[in-house]
Design a protein around this ligand. Structure first.
Ligand code: GCV
Length: 706
């Protein structure tokens, strides 16, 4: 009897244990993005290719709730909702999705499905109102017409120009749907280093096909223009924006575009920057150029995103140039021009202060440009969740209109009568089956869209949403992985360029360290940016002794940055040249602080592997293995960064690496040899056939077998 009872208890225990075991999810290649956990409840393809039919079919196919969903374009328009906003009205047995427009209802449908997927549906009666912060929530593709993607690390361009307009890939619609699901409503499909051919009739016919596919999803096409197009494709001998023939060329070209694409968004322009042509070639200003294009677009409601990313090799401090050129033009741009400003004053570094221009042009429509592709943060080889970086910029106070005039408030147009507002992100998307080249950095696409809709959302909330939809809702998965994502930007800053260091990566590929590199252009040279010497390290941008860049910020930011005692330590070497034995707030010398910050960065990066291994039961094998392989690579790259930067700086500081930091695994000379790494997928190999990926070997102290 006793034996029988014991047997029964053991069997019950065994059953309990096995039933708790998580069932391993089926393999996936990640192509279905954050729709992964959306289960189909019925087959209901849209009856026609319209916004209304798509909205209905998304509900018919994926809504699991018992309450009936009613999708309603309001007869009585509600001004508060604007063009894209929506209301979800939950009442007994019913959910109404209401908006002023069909596209508003589609956003509402995706909002409703998101609530379903993230277990966030309200329990009782409730009304949820959502209105996007920015009118244009734009993507910038740096896609070349030859199929390569500048700074793209996820394969080739999505757009198959050779096959268009006749052959249409199903991916185009999937892309539009993914964008609509997070509220992205504009896309500039070609590189800002633009080939004028995109504006030829042959290409425009291909672009039209994409526009037709994107339209029901509310996604407007923009084109990057080459300012010299009148010369390149217009048969003119000039592209002077004040020449009447040039003005006519743009009017005619714009009319042609609208005849094919009636809802064309407008032009994105990189002018007089990095070799691109622009109005200054003819002694004209950015305002002359932008206004000429804006005038051509105005009759059709189109807008111009004119970039402020300008610099030249002569300037003493590249960080000051956008402001130097654009502040004097404040108030001179047409109403349908937005000046597109990168988040920081240099170029998408792992950490920069905000561009001072955000606080200096009160009479100009300013928009933020962020980089989703990880040009300087490990390409698609490193897992870095970028929302914290972008949010840091949006939340920074410019003090332009007193306290609270954050970059978000300025760019949302809160202080302008002309409410035109926009935000843009340089995509991380290519034709890789998982779109982004790394399963985990799909989050940056998702987060960009969510942020463009609502800049107040926290990084944590967005990560939570994305993980639940893309992987698992199990708290044992969510908690550790979300923590890891939330920290990941800071971790990458720590192992790449901590304490305000910037632009010390290897040139060209912008991958891996190159602090010793010089360039024929000083403003491309790491030596110019860190200025390391026996007396210390860092770029002096103070008014007292340096370039004076601190004065471009409004008070109290200007004095905060100017004074070494109040300058935030995470920007110390951005604004100050600091002796190696300078005492940091925690009492360590600058040198030790640098060594320990890198050490923490490399330890944290190695810990990712352990964290990921622990959540293995919740992840399908395919994505688990792919991510694990990349995390190992990331941890080794982190060590490479640390060794290179610290060993190089040590030649000036002559100070020892603290005993409790890992010893370097290579000599400086060895690491300088691997600095030849130049090519990375996505860069046109033809230009540099001889250059390929050479990496240093590394052993992870915590994982010697990996
Ligand atoms: C599209 C950086 C990048 C370039 C890029 C440029 C820009 O300099 O390295 O590849 O060109 O920014 O934003 O225009």
């Amino acid at each position: 009897m006793k034996v029988l009872r014991t047997f029964a208890i053991i069997s019950a225990l065994f059953l309990a244990v096995t039933s708790c075991k998580v069932e391993k999810p089926a393999d996936t290649d990640g192509h279905d993005l954050w729709f992964h956990n959306l289960e189909k409840v019925a087959d209901a393809a849209p009856a026609e290719y319209t916004t209304e039919a798509i909205a209905q079919s998304e509900i018919d196919q994926y809504w699991k709730g018992k309450a009936a969903v009613e999708i309603k374009v309001l007869d009585q328009k509600d001004e508060a909702l604007g063009r894209d906003g929506y209301r979800l009205v939950f009442s007994k047995g019913k959910v109404a999705v209401e908006a002023n427009t069909a596209i508003g209802t589609l956003y509402g449908v995706y909002g409703l499905l998101r609530l379903q997927q993230t277990d966030a549906l309200p329990k009782g009666a409730k009304t949820i109102t959502e209105v996007p912060a920015f009118e244009y929530r734009a993507f910038n593709h740096w896609d070349n017409l030859n199929g390569s993607v500048e700074r793209g690390y996820a394969g080739q361009s999505l757009w198959n120009w050779a096959e268009l307009p006749d052959k249409v890939s199903p991916v185009y619609q999937e892309y539009a749907r993914a964008n609509a699901s997070v509220g992205i409503n504009a896309t500039a499909i070609n590189n800002v280093n633009a080939n004028a051919d995109i504006l030829t009739t042959d290409y425009l016919k291909k672009v039209k096909v994409l526009a037709d596919i994107f339209r029901p999803y509310g996604l407007k096409i923009f084109l990057s223009l080459n300012f010299a197009a009148p010369k390149h494709i217009g048969g003119l001998d000039t592209s002077d924006p004040l020449d009447p023939r040039v003005v006519q060329f743009w009017k005619d070209k714009t009319a042609e575009i609208y005849s094919l694409i009636p809802d064309f968004g407008g032009f994105l322009v990189k002018a007089n920057s990095e070799g691109q042509s622009g109005p200054q070639d003819y002694g004209r200003t950015h305002a002359d150029g932008a206004n000429m294009v804006a005038d051509a677009l105005a009759p059709y409601g189109g807008v111009v995103f004119w970039r402020a990313f300008v610099y030249d090799a002569q300037a003493e401090d590249r960080a000051m140039q956008a402001s130097d050129e654009f502040v004097p033009l404040d108030g001179q741009f047409r109403d349908n021009v937005l000046i597109q400003v990168k988040n920081g004053p240099i170029d998408f570094q792992p950490r920069e202060p905000i561009s001072p221009l955000f606080g200096q042009a009160p009479n100009t429509n300013l928009m933020l440009e962020v980089q989703i592709t990880q040009e300087y943060l490990g390409h698609s080889k490193h897992m870095v969740y970028l929302h914290p970086l972008w949010k840091e910029c949006l939340d920074t106070d410019t003090y332009e209109f007193g306290e609270g005039s954050t970059v978000a408030a300025i760019t949302e147009g809160k202080y302008r009568n002309n409410k035109l507002s926009a935000i843009s992100g340089v995509t991380n998307i290519g034709n890789d089956v998982n779109w982004c080249g790394h399963q985990m950095i799909q989050i940056n696409w998702y987060a960009y869209g969510r942020m463009a809709w609502n800049p107040d959302l926290s990084s944590d909330q967005i990560a939570d949403e994305w993980l639940r939809q893309t992987f698992s809702s199990d708290p044992k998965f969510i908690k550790p992985v979300k923590d890891m994502l939330d920290r990941s930007r800071e971790v990458t800053v720590s192992y790449e360029m901590p304490l305000g260091l910037h632009h010390i990566m290897a040139s060209n590929a912008h991958f891996g360290p190159g602090p010793w590199e010089d360039s024929y252009r000083k403003d491309w040279s790491p030596l110019f940016y860190h200025k390391a010497g026996p007396d210390g390290v860092g770029f002096d941008r103070t008014v007292a002794t340096g370039s004076g860049a601190t004065a471009q910020y409004n008070e109290p930011l200007a004095s905060t940055y100017e004074n070494i005692d109040t300058c935030p330590e995470n920007l110390l070497l951005w604004f100050h040249h600091v002796p190696w034995d300078y005492k940091m707030k925690d009492g360590k010398t600058l040198w030790d602080e640098l060594c320990y910050t890198y050490q923490h960065g490399i330890e944290d990066a190695a810990d990712y592997i352990k964290i990921w291994e622990k959540v293995e039961p919740y992840v399908d094998n395919q994505r688990y293995q792919e991510v694990r392989t990349k995390l190992i690579r990331q941890a080794k790259d982190a060590m490479w960064w640390r060794d290179a930067v610290i060993l190089y700086f040590q030649t000036f500081s002559n100070m020892p690496i603290p005993d409790d930091c890992y010893p370097p695994q290579h000599t400086l000379d060895e690491l300088k040899q691997v600095g030849v790494f130049r090519w990375t997928p996505g860069m046109p190999r033809v230009r540099r056939p001889e250059i390929y990926e050479v990496l240093p070997e590394y052993t992870l102290p915590k994982y010697p077998d990996l």
